[in-house]
Design a protein around this ligand. Structure first.
Ligand code: G3P
Ligand code: MG
Length: 228
């Protein structure tokens, strides 16, 4: 059995504020295989690492990210004095040391993301395998696939598991990312047989992580990737 991949969910977000450079640094220090970050577009068009549509839960600001300029986002405290990073700041900090799973959130991300990743691959000689792109938003995901500069695509399953295999085939997906309720050995086997790795999100208890390993999943997202 291959070793299960340690995936830092929103960075090592159990240890440091989610989707920040501190959470990325902690994940690198732990020695994860993959870092997952949520990415959305702000008012001025830049892509930032941020999970929610609104600023309230994780910052001292308020309102929609999509209605806030990068300059104003940069003034906010994203926890423990951390700032909201741009996607480029996150990629530069990782500096090819681990794979980055970019989860597109909201609208208007796909084209810009494809351009940014193409820049890293073509101008900065990043191997395309260092990037995995997913989204719950099927339209954004499809849009990204049309402009894909050669990175790995993965099917992110929320509730719609029935179409996962056919979508995986359509996009030549590298992996299928399943939420915890779908953690079943027969599903892992089903997707593995069709050529997809199976990663489960997001498991934090040692018990759940142990069960996932017994089911021979290929990767585990965790806020505490040191537990994987
Ligand atoms: O990409 C896996 C996982 O991050 C999806 O859920 O809400 O934590 O972005 P969420
Ligand atoms: Mg996510």
């Amino acid at each position: 059995m291959d070793k299960v991949l340690k995936i830092a969910h929103r960075g090592a977000s159990g240890h440091e504020p989610e989707n920040t450079l501190a959470a990325i640094s902690k994940a690198l220090e732990i020695g994860v295989d993959i870092i997952e970050l949520d990415v959305r577009a702000c008012k001025t068009g830049e892509l930032v690492a941020f999970h929610d549509m609104t600023l309230e839960r994780t910052t001292n600001g308020s309102g929609l990210v999509a209605d806030t300029s990068l300059e104003d986002l940069k003034k906010l405290d994203a926890g423990s004095g951390e700032r909201i990073p741009t996607l480029e700041e996150a990629i530069d900090l990782i500096d090819k040391r681990t794979i980055l799973n970019i989860e597109m959130k909201g609208k208007g991300v796909a084209d810009r993301l494809a351009t940014i990743l193409r820049g890293y691959i073509e101008n900065k000689v990043y191997p395309p395998e260092l990037f995995i792109v997913t989204s719950f938003d099927k339209e954004e995901f499809h849009q990204f696939s049309l402009k894909n500069p050669g990175v790995r695509l993965s099917i992110l399953v929320g509730r719609d598991i029935l179409s996962a295999s056919s979508r995986g085939r359509k996009y030549g997906a590298y992996s299928i990312h399943l939420p915890q309720p779908y953690m079943r050995k027969w599903l892992v086997r089903f997707f593995n047989k069709r050529g997809f790795r199976v990663f489960i999100y997001a498991l934090n208890s040692i018990w759940d992580i142990a069960r996932a390993k017994i089911m021979e999943v290929d990767g585990i997202f965790s806020d505490y990737p040191d537990r994987v």
